[in-house]
Design a protein around this ligand. Structure first.
Ligand code: TXA
Ligand code: MG
Length: 330
C-alpha cells in the first residue's frame, strides 16, 4: 500500500487516479486523500473511505493559477492573492465556472469551488503527471486527527488504506487557510498558516474571520458548520412510498412497486420527473449522482420531490444527512 514518492511511484499514483481510484499523497499542510475531481464515483469513494457522515465540499488541488482559471472565476483580488501565496497553504473559494467539469459531489452542489495550489514537491509532481484536478480532503477517517506522515494515514484506514505516496512528514501540519472571495467581502472560513495580516497586505483590507473560525486554530471547527449548504428550491418529502400527482421522484433501487397517487406507476413518469440514484441500490453510485439529480429535478417544473427510502448505512448516512437538511428547509 505504500509506494515511494519517486518517479515510478508518482506515475503509478497518477494511473490510479486516471482509472477512478483514490490515492493518499503528501502536501505541505497534511496528507490528502485524492481522486479525480471530474469523476463522481471516484469522489464518492473518498467519502466512503473517510466514513464522513455528511458531504462537506472538498478542496480541489490544481497545478498552477493558469490551470485553476479553467475551473473558477478569478477577479483582480483573487489573482493578486493567488500570485502572492500559491503554491502554498492557502485555499480560495471562488465562483465555479459552469464549464469546469468538476463533479457536483466535490462542491456538494454549491456554485462555488475551493481551490488550492500546493507547494509540496510530491503533490506538484503528482498534479503534473496526472494533469487534472484532484479533489482531496485530509487523509484520515472522519473525526480522527489530520495525518502528517504516511504512517498516520495507514493507521487511520487500516486494511482499507489506499495507495499511499510516502513523501515524509508534512511541514505545516495544519490545514490550509481557507479564504472565501466569492462574496462581496473577503472572509476567512478556516484560519491556517497564511494569516489575516498576510492577506491584508495583498488585499488592502483585513478579511473578516467567520464567527467561530478563530477560536482554536489547532483544531479548526468543523468547517461544515460554517458553510452555506446547497438546498433545492422545491420541498422534499423523505421516505416516500408513492408519488403525488405533481411531484418528481428521486428513486433508489427498484421502482417496480412505486405508484402515483390517483393512479399510474412511477416508472411511467415523464423523463424529466424521475431520476434513479442507483437502480442496483449501490450507495457509492447514489452518492455520485445525488447533487446532479437534485439540481435536475429542482428544474423539472414539479411541485416537490418525493425521495424513496435510502438505507442509513455507509454512504447512506451522508446521503440521508444531506436530504434531511434539504427537507428541513423545504
Ligand atoms: O490543507 C488542506 O487544505 C488539506 C490538504 C489535503 O490540502 N485539505 C483539507 O480538506 O483540509 P478538507 O476536506 O478537510 O477541508 C475542506 C473544507 C470544507 O470542510 C469546507 O469548509 C471548505 O473546505 N470548502 C470547500 N469547498 C467550499 C466551498 N465551495 N465553499 C465554502 N467552503 C468550502
Ligand atoms: Mg479534514
Amino acid at each position: 500500500m505504500f509506494t515511494s514518492a519517486d518517479e515510478n511511484g508518482i506515475l503509478r499514483a497518477a494511473d490510479v487516479l486516471r482509472t477512478g481510484g483514490v490515492v493518499a499523497f503528501p502536501t505541505e499542510t497534511v496528507y490528502g486523500l485524492g481522486a479525480d475531481a471530474r469523476k463522481g464515483a471516484a469522489v464518492a469513494r473518498i467519502y466512503e473511505l473517510k466514513s464522513r457522515p455528511s458531504f462537506n465540499p472538498l478542496i480541489v488541488h490544481i497545478f498552477d493559477l493558469a490551470a485553476a482559471e479553467c475551473y473558477a472565476v478569478f477577479d483582480g483580488p483573487a489573482r493578486a492573492v493567488a500570485r502572492a501565496f500559491w503554491p502554498g497553504p492557502l485555499t480560495l473559494v471562488l465562483p465555479l465556472r459552469p464549464d469546469s467539469g468538476i463533479d457536483p459531489l466535490v462542491t456538494a452542489g454549491l456554485e462555488t469551488v475551493a481551490i488550492r495550489v500546493p507547494a509540496h514537491r510530491v503533490a506538484r509532481e503528482l498534479l503534473a503527471a496526472f494533469a487534472g484536478p484532484i479533489a482531496a480532503p485530509s487523509a484520515n477517517r472522519s473525526g480522527k486527527l489530520s495525518p502528517t506522515t504516511p504512517l498516520h494515514v495507514a493507521a487511520s484506514f487500516g486494511v482499507d488504506a489506499p495507495l499511499i505516496l510516502a513523501g515524509g512528514a508534512a511541514a505545516v501540519g495544519l490545514e490550509s487557510t481557507i479564504l472565501d472571495l466569492s462574496g462581496r467581502d473577503p472572509v476567512i472560513l478556516r484560519p491556517g498558516a497564511v494569516t489575516p495580516d498576510d492577506l491584508a497586505a495583498v488585499l488592502g483590507r483585513v478579511p473578516s474571520l467567520v464567527q467561530g473560525a478563530g477560536e482554536d486554530p489547532a483544531r479548526p471547527k468543523s468547517p461544515g458548520l460554517l458553510l452555506k449548504h446547497y438546498s433545492p428550491n422545491l420541498p422534499i418529502r423523505l421516505r416516500a412510498i408513492d408519488v403525488k400527482a405533481d411531484e418528481a421522484l428521486l428513486a433508489f433501487g427498484s421502482t417496480r412497486f412505486m405508484g402515483v397517487q390517483g393512479g399510474g406507476a412511477a416508472r411511467d413518469l415523464p423523463e424529466q420527473m424521475m431520476r434513479n440514484l442507483s437502480e442496483s441500490g449501490d450507495l457509492v453510485e447514489a452518492a455520485a449522482n445525488l447533487f446532479r439529480y437534485l439540481h435536475e429535478l429542482d428544474a423539472s417544473g414539479a411541485a416537490g420531490i418525493a425521495v424513496m427510502d435510502i438505507p442509513d448505512t455507509g454512504l447512506g448516512l451522508a446521503i440521508n444527512d444531506r436530504l434531511r437538511r434539504a427537507a428541513g428547509r423545504g
